[in-house]
Design a protein around this ligand. Structure first.
Ligand code: PEP
Ligand code: MN
Length: 341
């Protein structure tokens, strides 16, 4: 971190800043120029609040030269992280396919879809029991019963389950969930993230609707700073000026995050597209970009789905898509993309 001081800084204030930094185990390299003095801060500056320094009378500017996240940072952890989820793992070169309905609707529905997606090669079953809906009058999910039905489907198929938590108070109910999803709308629910950091279940952290990579990684950092390093990132489309699609799939998130972090990256083409026909058209791009997996909404009767029917593909389509994605992944494993600059 670099701190540029104003001209002729007050000596007492400067001494107090130096003492404060020393207390935080930060070494300071001072270079005195003709007009300005610059302080180079060396040490663990991630925990230093730049705003506190900027607010000082003697300070003209503060600049970070290092990212503010350290647990999530690839610089300190060059190898990709592999996260165990139930009987499978995510990351490290494998391709994970999570599939299932937006919402759990009944035992017949979730068990039938679970069996179908498993037969097609999915390794994790998705399904919402608690749903974050834009309208309070829309279906809000089956809640506790939905969680029970997901466990029935897990029992029947052996597929681990991923489902969304809405509030930290629900954590006891999620004790038996294999992968806890934090939805886009909760990406910056910092209390929830802190609580998830103090437990061990892996967390699928979806990108906020308008979140930058750094904001998203800082949310991952919240969970990791609490001690839980089992975090997986999920790009699910961001808000842009485009209205044709529900969101805009940011496929560039995969190579950018690959560079910035060691955390596995999943793509959700369903919530990005908002249209079922577009899902098989965009999903292969995730594999080509090097994503660790996809999460895809699959419904056996999309026209009557209680939530996100228009973007849900049928089990037969998922079957064809999964075959294509695995074949593409295998092909790319033996034909890696050249690194060009
Ligand atoms: C979902 O997965 O059904 C969901 C609500 O996702 P998101 O938080 O990305 O909108
Ligand atoms: Mn959905």
């Amino acid at each position: 971190m670099i701190v540029v001081l104003k001209q002729n800084p007050n000596e007492a204030q400067l001494a107090s800043l130096m003492d404060w930094l020393a207390e935080k185990q930060i070494d300071v390299h001072k270079s005195v120029g003709t007009s300005h003095t610059i302080l180079g801060l060396v040490g663990d500056t991630a925990a230093i609040d730049t705003d506190l320094i900027s607010a000082l009378d003697i300070v003209e500017d503060v600049k970070r030269v290092q990212e503010p996240y350290k647990h999530a940072n690839r610089k300190f952890h060059p190898d990709p992280t592999i996260i165990p989820v139930g009987n499978t793992t995510i990351g490290g070169g494998s391709l994970t396919l999570m599939a299932g309905p937006c919402s759990v609707e009944s035992e017949e529905q979730i068990v039938a879809i679970a069996k179908q997606v498993k037969a097609s090669g999915a390794t994790i079953l998705r399904g919402g029991a608690y749903k974050p809906r834009t309208s309070p009058y829309s279906f809000q999910g089956m809640g506790t019963r939905g969680l029970e039905l997901l466990k029935v489907a897990r029992e029947e198929t052996g597929l681990p389950i991923v489902t969304e938590i809405m509030d930290a108070s629900q954590l006891p109910e999620f004790a038996d969930v294999d992968l806890i999803q934090v939805g886009a709308r909760n990406m910056q629910n910092f209390d929830l993230l802190k609580r998830l950091g103090r437990q061990e279940k892996p967390v699928l952290l979806k990108r906020g609707l308008c979140a930058t990579y750094e904001e998203w990684l800082m949310s991952a950092e919240y969970i990791m700073a609490g001690g839980n390093h089992n975090v997986i990132l999920c790009e699910r489309g961001i808000r842009t000026f485009e209205t044709y699609t529900r969101n805009t799939l940011d496929i560039g998130a995969v190579p950018v995050l690959r560079r910035l972090t060691h955390i596995p990256i999943i793509i959700d083409p369903s919530h990005a597209a908002g249209k079922a026909w577009l899902v098989p058209q965009t999903a292969p791009a995730a594999v080509t970009a090097g994503a660790d997996g996809l999460i895809i909404e699959v419904h056996n009767d999309p026209a009557h789905a209680v939530c996100d029917g228009p973007q849900s593909i049928r089990p037969e389509s998922f079957d064809a898509l999964a075959k294509h994605l695995y074949a593409l992944h295998d092909f790319l494993a033996s034909h890696p993309a050249p690194t060009l600059v």
